[in-house]
Design a protein around this ligand. Structure first.
Ligand code: TYM
Length: 337
């Protein structure tokens, strides 16, 4: 087996505003891996963003720049990480086509996110939404990435990426693409809705009160936490006591992830408290950690030219890394060039 140099890749779709789940499950982890000194590549996957529904072009441009500003405001540093938007590096689409021909219909049919997003109306879903996981595999494997930090909902897609790499390597008799590891770590790998502890927090939930957006100001953040759904019991004395209490568990996990401690530490500090006192503590913590991000994002969005410059420089670096890999892939496949 070839040993691949450790390399981190991940991406986020520029659709709507970034929410707390994206921050705790993904961006905060991206920053930690960058600061651990790993080679890190973080993408704004604008080609994925048009798969689910029609995106108004002005909104897509705005969301792309806003996500770039969030990356920077959260601590990603273009001198340390490669930061860019996917559509500026055409090799993503080139490799995705090859992977469309490696992935099997049966594999794609098992993708739960497609089923969730397409709903009952799969006949009307775009072909892009169905093929989306093959593009995601291309994003990752185009850089021979070995580690992919994501929230729990993306685990199946990273596993599919491994299947695609293994089948490609097997079919062509090569050892070319690595077996990528999903990195799903921390207390908040699945942040739930503030209105329903059994539903994932999501950018696309029609209820704005269900999530905290990274663009929310301090008052809005505090208000949403105060109004979050809970049960009538006080917090339990042990973590085990959270098992059948999805809303309580969610707030404890959010607290733990924001404070960078474990859920057990939160229970050690707040076990037995009523929500009447725990929620204000959580609101203070959330405002303390998140409000500076939204302020910095607003500042960065004041200079869109600078954001575009960061993205295009990042894209040049990404393209330089991707080019030899797409060229070798084409040679392996037998495309004459
Ligand atoms: P996306 O844009 O839906 O979400 C971006 C990241 O945020 C995580 N996430 C959450 N984590 C915890 N709790 C939540 N409620 C929550 N909601 C979202 C997601 O797991 C993800 O890590 N297909 C991907 C984008 C993508 C990608 C890639 C990721 C495209 N190519 C290559 C990694 C590598 C997506 O739609 O994520």
């Amino acid at each position: 087996m070839t040993s691949f140099t450790p390399r981190v890749f991940s991406g986020i779709q520029p659709t709507n505003h970034l929410q707390l789940g994206n921050y705790l499950g993904a961006v905060k982890r991206f920053v930690a891996m960058q600061n651990d000194g790993m080679e890190t590549i973080y993408c704004i996957v604008d080609q994925h963003a048009i798969t689910a529904s029609f995106q108004n072009p002005a909104d897509l441009r705005h969301a792309t720049r806003e996500l770039a500003s969030a990356y920077l405001a959260c601590g990603l540093d273009p001198a340390k990480s490669v930061l860019f938007n996917q559509s500026q590096v055409p090799a993503h689409s080139q490799l995705a086509w090859v992977f469309n021909c490696v992935a099997r219909m049966g594999w794609m049919n098992r993708m739960t996110q497609f089923k969730d997003k397409a709903g009952k109306n799969a006949e009307k879903a775009s072909l892009g939404l169905y093929a989306y996981p093959a593009l995601m595999a291309a994003d990752i494997l185009l850089y021979h990435a070995t580690h992919v930090p994501v929230g729990e909902d993306q685990k199946q897609h990273v596993e599919l990426t491994r299947d695609i790499a293994a089948k490609f390597n097997h079919d062509y008799g090569v050892d070319f693409f690595p077996e990528t590891q999903p990195i799903i770590e921390g207390a908040a790998t699945r942040v739930m809705s503030l209105r329903d502890g059994t539903k994932k927090m999501s950018k696309s939930d029609p209820s704005d009160a269900s999530r905290i957006n990274l663009t929310d100001d301090a008052d809005t953040i505090a208000k949403k936490i105060r109004k979050a759904k809970t049960d009538p019991e006080p917090l339990p004395e042990t973590v085990g006591g959270l098992a059948d209490r999805p809303e309580a568990r969610n707030l404890v996990n959010i607290y733990a992830a924001l404070a960078e401690i474990t859920a057990a530490d939160v229970i050690a500090q707040h076990g037995g408290s009523q929500f009447g006192s725990f929620k204000p503590a959580l609101a203070d913590l959330a405002v303390d950690k998140l409000a500076p991000i939204s302020t910095e994002m607003a500042r960065l969005m004041g200079d869109v030219t600078e954001i575009d410059r960061v993205l295009s420089q990042g894209a040049e670096r990404a393209a330089a890394m991707a080019e030899p890999i797409i060229a070798q892939t084409y040679d392996i496949v037998g495309f004459v060039r």
